[in-house]
Design a protein around this ligand. Structure first.
Ligand SMILES: [Zn+2]
Ligand SMILES: [Zn+2]
Length: 327
């Protein structure tokens, strides 16, 4: 703003040159995010993922990356990354009810927003990077979370597979792909930031753009957008006052305590936040996570098989057929 005023005096040519320079420089500054690869820890650590799984399949994951990812700089640019094409609608169902001291979630595993076309088609620009061969499948979900979650004696690690869910009906997985690297940076998701794993479970590794955050909480705090499996709320990217939060503003589990809208009241309670930067969702559980259940739910361990994941199976780049779609 200040600079624009100074430009009032500048000649038209100078102004144009300055604006051109500013526009050339600004997007890279504003839009790149640090790559989270390697930020895995075996104890709670801010900005890291306290991961239960510590060995990974180096042959999994997207098979190639493009110009959105700058390995040398250790950054990636979400605006440059392709998305999986398509707009497929689903009959997503989710109900959440407090029953006694439990918050009971029943869902069919499908999102209430459109998804991309999976398996990724050959004509899709995403295909040259990530040939996700899986098909989105419904799967009954039943979760019984504590309605009033309590902190456990200490934080606990985050498993592969579901770590929470959003009100869109789809689950949230942690920040890692099957290779143990930064999933939002490396894998290609659809326009709602989701994709299916090998059992067909559609999920996100970061905040979906397709959940509305009206920042209707106290003093403009983000809305509740989901719940972690320990029962604590997962909120959007904004703190009270409308400030966008980064991981560095949050504790090692990617949350903080403050007033939020909770079951129709303003309550001072611990809660997690989604952020734009790694680890995007929770870094550890402050409460005691419940196992997710139901067929196709991809509970904690099932979601990422030990043996060749069909999803994100590595393929050398080139004009080859996609990996087998057997499941
Ligand atoms: Zn995934
Ligand atoms: Zn907050």
């Amino acid at each position: 703003m200040h600079k624009k005023r100074e430009f009032d005096q500048a000649s038209r040519a100078t102004l144009s040159a300055l604006l051109a320079a500013a526009f050339a420089a600004t997007p890279a500054m504003a839009d790149t995010l640090p790559l989270g690869d390697g930020k895995i820890s075996t104890s709670p650590r801010a900005g890291y993922l306290f991961s239960c799984q510590t060995t990974f399949n180096s042959n999994a994951g997207a098979h190639a990356s493009g110009d959105w990812l700058d390995e040398a700089a250790g950054t990636w640019d979400p605006d440059k990354k392709p998305t999986v094409d398509g707009s497929v609608t689903w009959a997503g169902e989710i109900s959440i009810a407090v029953e006694g001291n439990q918050r009971v979630v029943r869902a069919n595993g499908l999102p209430n927003h459109p998804t991309g076309i999976y398996p990724v088609g050959r004509s899709d620009d995403a295909y040259q990077y990530d040939r996700n061969p899986n098909t989105i499948q419904a799967g009954d979900v039943l979760l019984q979370l504590p309605a009033t979650p309590q902190k456990a004696a200490g934080p606990s690690c985050v498993p592969m597979g579901a770590i929470g869910f959003t009100l869109t009906g789809a689950k949230v997985f942690n920040a890692l792909d099957a290779r143990g690297e930064d999933a939002p940076a490396r894998e290609i998701q659809d326009a709602c930031d989701g994709h299916p794993e090998q059992t067909g479970e559609y999920h996100y590794h970061s905040l979906t753009r397709c959940a509305a955050d009206n920042k209707s909480g106290p003093s403009g705090h983000s809305d509740l957008l989901g719940y972690a499996l320990d029962g604590f709320g997962m909120f959007g990217m904004y703190d009270a006052g409308g400030t966008m939060l980064r991981s560095g503003d949050l504790d090692e589990c990617h949350g903080h305590t403050g007033p939020v809208a909770w079951d129709g009241k303003t309550v001072e309670i611990y809660h997690y936040h989604f952020t734009e930067d790694y680890p995007y969702t929770i870094g550890c559980f402050v409460g005691s996570p419940k196992a997710s259940s139901g067929s196709g739910s991809g509970g904690q361990q099932q979601a990422q098989p030990q043996q060749p994941p069909q999803q994100e199976q590595q393929q050398p780049p080139g004009r080859r057929d996609p990996p087998p779609k057997k499941r």
